[in-house]
Design a protein around this ligand. Sequence first.
Ligand code: M6R
Length: 361
Amino acid sequence: EKGEYRHFMEKEIHEQPDSVQHTLSEYLDFVNGKAKAGPTDFAAIDRVQIVACGTAFYAGQIGRYAFEKLAGLPCDVEIASEFRYRQPALTPGTLAVAVSQSGETADTLASLSWCKANGLKTAALVNVHSSSMAREAETLWPTHAGPEIGVASTKAFTAQVAALLALAVAAGVQRGRIDAAKEAELVKALFEAPRLIAEAMLMEDALKLVAHDVAKATDVLFLGRGAMFPLAMEGALKLKEISYIHAEGYAAGELKHGPIALVDELTPIVALAPLDEVFEKTASNLQEVAARGGPVIMIAPKSAPDPHGAGIRRVDAPECHSLIAPLVYAVPVQLLAYYVAVQKGTDVDQPRNLAKSVTVE
Ligand code: M6R
């Protein structure tokens, strides 16, 4: 039931402090500051191949940054509908991971079965624990988002990201890349995520104002670097799905290789800019956009310096460890899409042409 909320999507966005907390407790021992890999031996594999569709694919891409950075584990991520038909060349030490809310998406399930039939180790990161993928994979990695009703995925996405980040820490420990002190630091950062996700909800009023303007646009660009790049694509997908506004997510550094030609005063550019090692790079991309008259909305912590350039509007995000930035910044991305859709009066929970679970290819 929706309770005090107007839509299931709004309710599910607000459930994320809890759903992320429940999911993290599966993969972390908060008391002792340890990551738990469960039955998975990350020292026994030499590559991860993630397959997924839609929002789960973006969660997988965020996971890739973490597996490679924290565990030195090569990781590929592919859209399942491509993977299953292209005869991928995979080596025997590969762990194939299907990421899916429903566990029933036809292309993802077929990709998982293909990997299993070809002798690879398999894991399924799924929210529905009795699903086909949960049964098909050797290892079940559960997310604990609870039932997700809104067709546009929100809390299932952050649960997937939380699980992947925690598993990447576990993988880093098992592979000797993370010592006990670093493990404690990263587990603490993840422990803070539910509180900071709750704090990110306080951006709601500022985002309603931004949504008022974004609702008038016919095209919107989302920009980010590092793990914020897949989140930018997720932001664009969310906006397309429920507001029917055309949106694209780009790696901020890729802008000058083409998309900057789209910049004009009618195209809002939403930048996801946590204060991390690439902040300055993103800031200089935003100056380039602003200099060309693009209305920039920069989502960044208060402590981030102001990029010089007219027209840069800021929305203050909570300060956070860069590991959990994809979880914290998912909130403004979802709220923005939500309030634009509300402004446009679309059917938020049942957007046109979309189904919750895509069980046909
Ligand atoms: O159930 P799954 O996670 O496998 O679903 C994958 C996609 O169909 C799903 O994420 C879709 O992109 C959502 N509508 C996104 O909001």
